[in-house]
Each structure stands twice: as structure tokens, then as C-alpha cells.
Write a protein that binds this ligand. Structure first.
Ligand SMILES: Cc1cc2nc3c(=O)[nH]c(=O)nc-3n(C[C@H](O)[C@H](O)[C@H](O)COP(=O)(O)OP(=O)(O)OC[C@H]3O[C@@H](n4cnc5c(N)ncnc54)[C@H](O)[C@@H]3O)c2cc1C
Length: 419
């Protein structure tokens, strides 16, 4: 069987690798010159189970609206004339109810937990170095921030996830590089959360996949899928059709466009985010533990001899243009906590599009088109869910039973009127 994987982000690359492990002949098509050059390129690097939760949650609609009047905000809402944005928002609003949030979160955590186990297995088997680090510290600037996080802390306790609420002094013992001048009310330490460089990992997995026989065709933009007799027979590209027995679509935020004409409709929309990658200049002032500033939702992750500062969520147009106010917020937060750590003037700036579905979990596996499979819509947690999603989809393509329950993770939830 010859399978085409469309997209060589973290999701497509891991999928191609897993398919090859099952003896399948695989070709990967991507419009970029290499792997992980879009959303997977410079993300925050967090591999989270505890924080694998939907963006749709109680209180968020108010924050999204408030962002219309704020200049600098973790959330940025810019209305457009794109009907897909409004359809997405309408469904997203329905998912912000507490019972929906809890259900969607459980679905995401089931997948994130499995994914972390698969990642650990791959790391052991292949000795992959991707600048990984253990532990995660969420910083609260005020008592109000701690109060607002209480419901999430209760959920962590309910799920039996290791965590410790720390006062400011204990935070500074755990991470001595945090400066005193910035007010700190406390922190939440999650020892089992991890961070790592997603693009590095993708490149290593690509090398293993290529050595095992996966063919990668870069600078090959797919313009659509050709169907005959209710089956996909080829992917259309500028240099002709590429035929296959089955197709796995893993094209990130562009996937909905490629589904046109297949009858499969998904409310996928890009939610943009930004990052800075900065060389560390004074190692004694740089954090060892990765931190998240809860007030601004900005993550600061140590990756080798660099700091990655990432955040902001923008529901706007589809153009990947850098937004100065968002980058300014990242810079401000990094300087608030670690002013002397890095050469901030040399920061490399980046914007990426999270492929986001309104309810939170991705869509995995088969569709109404017999040989068309999906692995997409991972939103803000694609790195955390990549290895597990890839293994599940590869099992389904190869006709093997998936290792975890797929309830709420397939396209079926969008086929019904009220999921
Ligand atoms: C600022 C930011 C911070 C983030 N932080 C985290 C984090 O800490 N932890 C976490 O788990 N996740 C994080 N994410 C989310 C994560 O990065 C994404 O969920 C993940 O990268 C999605 O992977 P993907 O492979 O689906 O998409 P992509 O990486 O975008 O890959 C899609 C691929 O498809 C290709 N493609 C698209 N259209 C076509 C076409 N027509 N023809 C050919 N090829 C095509 C693209 O070139 C690309 O290579 C973050 C995202 C952002 C933006």
C-alpha cells in the first residue's frame, strides 16, 4: 500500500515515521523546502498533559471581547470579512460552557497522556536529543491570579496530576534566576511537564523516516485532492498529480482548504501566535526551569543556549505578519523576569498559525471518503499530542486497533448537529 502524507509539520512527519514502521510505502508532500517550517517551527516547546486543555472555556468570551479595546493583550481579536472566522467563533462560543470545557479537556488529556508515553518510548529507542527539559513553573504576579487558577488546580488534583502550589520564596528557590524587582505572589510547579524543541525533534524523526525508506518531496504545494468513485486517487500539485492508495491530510491550518470537494467540512481556523528566540548572554541569569507568566500567558523556555519566549493568541486574518504589540509584550515579560539573561536586541521574531478547531481536540482517523484519513486541528497543543496522534492514525490506516479510546477525537463529532 502506498500512502501520501500531505504536510511535513510535526504531525505529518511523525505520521510518516509511524506508517513506515508498519511496513507501508510512504511519500510526504510539503510546500516548504524542509520539515517543520510553519506552526511547528518556533513554538513554546511545552509538552503538557496538565495544560492540554481547550481554549474554549468559561470566561474566555469576555476576554476575547475586551481584547478589542486593549493595545497589548494575550488575546487579540480582530474581526474580518471572512465567513469562516464567524462560523468558527459561533461554534467556539457554544464550547465555552463549563460542561463542554470539562468534556473537551478530558478528551485532550487522554490523547496528551498517550502521546507523552509514545514520545518517551521513541526517545529511549532512538536516543533523540531535542533540547528537552523536565518541569514547568507557572508564575502568578498577584493573589487574584492565584485565585483565578484555583479551579484548574482542583482539576489537577482530581486527575491525580503531581503539582505543588509555592509561595514567592519557594519559587525563587526553585528558579534562582527570577529577579526580585518584579512582584511575585506565588507559583504552581508541575514536575511532570516537559519542554523541548519541536522543530529539532521533527528533523530527527524525518531523518529516521527517510533512512527507513519514506520519500520526502519538498517545495511541492498540493492544490487539492482528486476523487474517483468515492475514493481519493491522487493529490493535485503544480507539477502534476501524485497518485496513492490512501492519503493522510496533515497540512495544519491549510487543511480545510484542501478538503474542498471531498464533502468533508471542518470548522478549522488559524489562531496566530508569536515567539522570540534569543541567544543567552549571561548563563548565571538565565532560567533552568521553564516558566509561564500567567498574567500575560507568555512561556519562557530554555532551549540549549537560547531562550524561547512565546505567546499571544490572535483570531484575525490569515496573513502571517509580525505584530509589534504582541512581540513587545513577549519582550516585556522576558525582561521582567530575566533582564540580564539574554541578548534581547538580537531576538529572532516569528509568527505561526495554530490550526484550531472550536472545541479543542484534533480530528484523527477516517472520513466518509474511504481512503482519506485526517491528522489535523491540534491548535495550541500539537507538539504535546504529535507522537500519540501519529501512532493512532498510522494504526487506523494499517487496519490495526488504536491503543486508546477515540471517543471525541474523530470527524464524527462535526458530522452530528450537536456533538
Ligand atoms: C506561538 C505558538 C506557540 C505554541 N506553543 C506550543 C507548545 O508549547 N506546545 C504545544 O504542544 N504546541 C504549541 N503550539 C502549537 C503547535 O505548534 C501546533 O499545534 C503544531 O505545530 C501543529 O503541527 P502541524 O504539523 O499540524 O502543522 P504545521 O507545523 O503548520 O505543518 C503543516 C505542514 O503542512 C504544509 N502544508 C500546508 N499546506 C500545504 C499545501 N497546500 N501543500 C503542501 N504542503 C502544505 C506546511 O508547509 C507545513 O509544513 C504553539 C503554536 C504557536 C503558534
Amino acid at each position: 500500500m502506498h500512502v501520501l502524507v500531505v504536510g511535513a509539520g510535526i504531525i505529518g512527519v511523525t505520521t510518516a515515521f509511524e506508517l513506515r514502521q508498519r511496513g507501508v510505502e510512504v511519500t510526504v508532500l510539503d510546500r516548504r523546502p524542509g520539515v517543520a517550517q510553519e506552526a511547528s517551527y518556533a513554538n513554546a516547546g511545552v509538552i503538557s498533559v496538565a495544560y492540554a486543555r481547550p481554549w474554549a472555556q468559561p470566561g474566555m468570551p469576555r476576554k476575547v471581547l475586551a481584547s478589542l479595546w486593549r493595545r497589548q493583550s494575550a488575546l487579540i481579536f480582530r474581526p474580518t470579512l471572512d465567513a469562516a472566522q464567524w462560523r468558527w467563533l459561533a461554534r467556539w462560543l457554544g464550547e465555552c460552557r463549563l460542561e463542554r470545557f470539562r468534556r473537551n479537556k478530558q478528551r485532550m488529556q487522554r490523547l496528551a497522556e498517550y502521546s507523552r508515553a509514545v514520545l518517551h518510548e521513541l526517545r529511549r529507542r532512538h536516543a533523540i536529543d531535542y533540547e528537552q527539559r523536565q518541569g514547568w513553573l507557572q508564575l502568578f504576579r498577584s493573589a487574584a491570579d492565584i485565585e483565578a487558577t484555583k479551579p484548574s488546580i482542583e482539576l489537577l488534583a482530581e486527575a491525580g496530576m503531581p503539582h505543588r502550589l509555592l509561595d514567592a520564596a519557594a519559587c525563587r528557590v526553585l528558579e534562582p534566576a527570577l529577579i526580585d524587582a518584579t512582584p511575585l505572589a506565588g507559583g504552581l510547579h508541575l514536575p511532570e511537564e516537559e519542554t523541548g524543541n519541536c522543530a529539532y525533534f521533527a528533523r530527527r524523526i524525518k531523518d529516521f523516516a527517510a533512512q527507513a525508506g519514506v520519500a520526502f518531496r519538498f517545495e511541492t504545494a498540493v492544490t487539492g485532492l482528486r476523487l474517483e468513485g468515492g475514493r481519493v486517487v491522487a493529490a493535485r500539485t503544480a507539477i502534476g498529480d501524485v497518485t496513492a492508495d490512501a492519503v493522510v491530510l496533515a497540512a495544519g491550518a491549510d487543511s480545510a482548504r484542501l478538503l474542498r470537494g471531498t464533502g468533508v467540512k471542518l470548522p478549522l481556523y488559524p489562531v496566530k501566535g508569536y515567539s522570540l528566540t534569543v541567544p543567552i548572554s549571561r548563563f548565571e541569569f538565565a532560567p533552568m526551569v521553564s516558566v509561564m507568566d500567567e498574567a500575560f500567558k507568555v512561556a519562557i523556555t530554555r532551549m540549549g543556549n537560547r531562550l524561547r519566549v512565546a505567546g499571544a493568541a490572535e483570531i484575525g486574518n490569515r496573513k502571517l505578519a509580525l505584530r509589534d504589540t504582541a512581540l513587545g509584550m513577549l519582550l516585556r515579560v522576558a525582561r521582567d523576569w530575566f533582564p540580564g539573561a539574554a541578548a534581547y536586541a538580537q531576538a529572532r521574531t516569528w509568527v505561526g498559525a495554530r490550526p484550531m478547531l472550536p472545541d479543542g481536540p484534533p480530528v484523527l482517523g477516517p472520513t466518509a471518503v474511504a481512503n482519506l484519513f485526517l491528522n489535523l486541528g491540534h491548535g495550541s497543543t500539537g507538539w504535546s499530542m504529535a507522537c500519540g496522534s501519529a501512532r493512532l492514525v498510522a494504526d487506523l490506516v494499517a487496519g490495526r486497533p488504536p491503543q486508546i479510546d477515540l471517543e471525541g477525537l474523530t470527524v464524527e463529532r462535526f458530522a452530528r448537529a450537536s456533538p
